[in-house]
Design a protein around this ligand. Sequence first.
Ligand code: SF4
Length: 153
Amino acid sequence: RATMKILVSACLLGENCKYSGGNNYNQAVCDFARGHQVVPVCPEVLGGLPTPRPPAERQPDGRVVTREGGDVTAEYRAGAEKALELARAHGCTLAVLKERSPSCGRGQIYDGTFSHTLIPGSGVAAQLLETQGIPVYGESRLDELIGQLSAEG
Ligand code: SF4
């Protein structure tokens, strides 16, 4: 099958860049990534945030705020822009990003109240990538993606 260049959330590959200091290692993502050229990114780290860092959620107005009330929108935006720059510089045609993250989540994110309530919406980086023409798949949609790619040959 054809090798593609794919932007991937670094935490899915096992990098300890998650807000808690851990990772979101995903065996299926790693297996899939092995056949392609992968560009690992963590938009929150690219935006200058430390690890570990306070958990943050998007607010209804689009800002990103930590549980303690700190506005980190600028860092999230900067990280999203850097992820997009990297995707373009490497010619990535799609992205596999961690679901529900205020940066990487696509289609569903937490509602901003820190109560584990999901609402429709996307993280800052996922949203930017998609509006710039780079489709984003969450880890639970990997089978769907692999099916589409094999149908395309
Ligand atoms: Fe993973 Fe994305 Fe969060 Fe970084 S910003 S830890 S890559 S979900």
